[in-house]
Design a protein around this ligand. Structure first.
Ligand SMILES: Cc1cc2nc3c(=O)[nH]c(=O)nc-3n(C[C@H](O)[C@H](O)[C@H](O)COP(=O)(O)OP(=O)(O)OC[C@H]3O[C@@H](n4cnc5c(N)ncnc54)[C@H](O)[C@@H]3O)c2cc1C
Length: 452
């Protein structure tokens, strides 16, 4: 006999945990399911530990910048404190008891089980079945894409999990994939003295962003000693005597003690029982409407919706789902036109909304304004490590920003102002009349606006 509940949340990563907790606090009878750690990818193998690694790597780089600006300094990189901090402060050695207790305290019934949809409102979890009167929330995230490269399967390659869990670093590593995750980890390893080779199939890294962003990231990582192979694919992998050898489709070979596969993420819903609620189990992402509804009595949120693989998106959609499930007055509707994202390399590359290419493909009358950080007052003062730029993408007809990139020493923070402008469609004229504090990095936004 199915047990009667209000809501079953399948997957308790950032999005599912937030949704389950808030619904339970609102008085609903909620079951939350996850066979792995409550909190999901972000706190244990994603955002938080990777940003701790980046913080450490950036300290090394900043110390090296002392020379010629503030005296002399030498730094002897040591991975041990980074590995220790990840274990002690970020992941609690990959133990989620604190998160489980927090969830249970809110009133959620937690089961460390995989959920399978067995009917329009029923979910199987181990040997128990639940009937959810209000519905089912799918928040099952993504898993790493492992490309079908000849010889790769069966080798001890790394994904982000092994990279984050590393307690010592190899002498050399090959990284497949020049997206945000690949670039961030590449720069960390390089700054800790690892010999890194990065292979990217597209013609440039960060290929989803502005071409200037990919160029900037590549130049920065080359200064850190990284070797790039772009516009080529790995064709064959072998692992012998503790060394990976990767043959590229241009005939070259690259070698490394380790191999990190960072070629993207994919949803893993084939066994979820989506056909029971009228969704094709072979989907590449679960499509949702503005209330993040995927089907009658089914909500989906987070990475599984394919809208943007970001913790802030999972939290945003969780909020939309909670209001909708509770049937609250004035429930917010999801809109993704101002999706912010930051690649936490040094320099940081923040972006919001459309790239220039996307805006042109959308048929907009596009105008571009840009400014270079090194020649801005603050960039010039900053000197070492001042690379970056501001790029504004304007819909000339409406007179508003539809996208922007902010790259530089604090590119992700400067992005905040641009995200407000895109989100609220602040008229360009109004942005041009604003006073930008002197000499801040964000004052370069004013310089870029002058070009318009
Ligand atoms: C290295 C790295 C760095 C990142 N850095 C950032 C960053 O700086 N900023 C940022 O915004 N984002 C970052 N991300 C992305 C961020 O981690 C994800 O966007 C976020 O975790 C998505 O949350 P989610 O709730 O959709 O899914 P997840 O966190 O992936 O959680 C999904 C959960 O569902 C569970 N699950 C799957 N199938 C089932 C099932 N059938 N039954 C029950 N449970 C199931 C899984 O076990 C998992 O715990 C990073 C990711 C990585 C890998």
């Amino acid at each position: 006999m199915a047990e009667q509940v209000d809501v079953v949340v399948i997957g308790l990563g950032v999005g599912g945990e937030e949704t389950a907790g808030r619904l339970a606090e609102a008085g609903l009878n909620v079951v939350g399911l996850d066979p792995r750690l409550v909190g999901g990818e972000c706190p244990y193998w994603g955002c938080i530990p990777s940003k701790m690694m980046i913080r450490a790597a950036n300290l090394i780089a900043e110390t090296r910048r002392v020379d010629g600006m503030a005296g002399t300094a030498t730094v002897q990189p040591d991975w041990a404190p980074v590995a220790k901090r990840i274990r002690e402060e970020a992941t609690d050695s990959w133990n989620d008891q604190v998160a489980v207790d927090r969830l249970v305290k809110k009133g959620v019934t937690f089961l460390r089980e995989r959920g399978t949809i067995t009917g329009p409102r029923t979910v199987q979890a181990g040997d128990r079945e639940f009937e959810a009167s209000r519905g089912i929330v799918i928040a099952t995230g993504t898993v790493p894409v492992v490309p079908p490269i000849d010889g790769l399967a069966g080798t001890p390659y790394w994904t982000n999990h092994e990279a984050i869990e590393a307690d010592t670093l190899p002498a050399s590593i090959v990284v497949l994939g020049g997206g945000a995750i690949g670039l961030e980890l590449t720069q960390v390893f390089a700054r800790f003295g690892v010999d890194v080779t990065l292979v990217e199939g597209a013609g440039q890294v960060l290929s989803m962003e502005e071409p200037e962003s990919g160029q900037l990231a590549r130049e920065a990582l080359e200064r850190d000693g990284v070797t790039f192979h772009t516009g080529v694919h790995a064709k064959q992998v072998s692992h012998r005597g503790g060394t990976f050898t990767i043959t590229l489709d241009d005939g070259e070979t690259v070698t490394g003690e380790k191999l990190l596969v960072a070629t993207g993420r994919r949803v893993d819903v084939a066994a979820l029982g989506l056909d029971q609620v009228g969704i094709d189990p072979g989907v590449r992402r679960i499509e949702v409407d503005e209330h993040v509804r995927a089907a009658d009595g089914v909500w989906a949120l987070g990475d599984v919706t394919g809208v943007g693989n970001f913790t802030h998106n999972a939290m945003y959609q969780a909020n939309v789902a909670v209001f909708d499930i509770l049937g609250s007055e004035g429930a917010p509707e999801a809109s993704y036109h101002a999706m912010p994202r930051v690649t936490f390399t040094d320099p940081e590359i923040g972006a919001v909304g459309m790239t220039e290419k996307q805006a042109r493909e959308a048929g907009l009358d596009v105008k571009i304004g840009s400014a270079q950080i090194p020649v801005s007052s603050r960039g010039w003062i900053h000197k070492a490590g001042n690379e970056g730029f501001i790029k504004l993408v304007v819909d000339n007809e409406r007179g508003v920003l539809v996208g922007a990139t902010s790259a530089g020493p604090t590119g992700g923070e400067v992005l905040g102002a641009l995200a407000v402008a895109v989100h609220a469609a602040v008229p360009v004229y109004s942005l041009q009349q604003m006073i930008y504090a002197y000499p801040t990095f964000h004052r370069a936004i004013g310089d870029a606006l002058k070009q318009l």
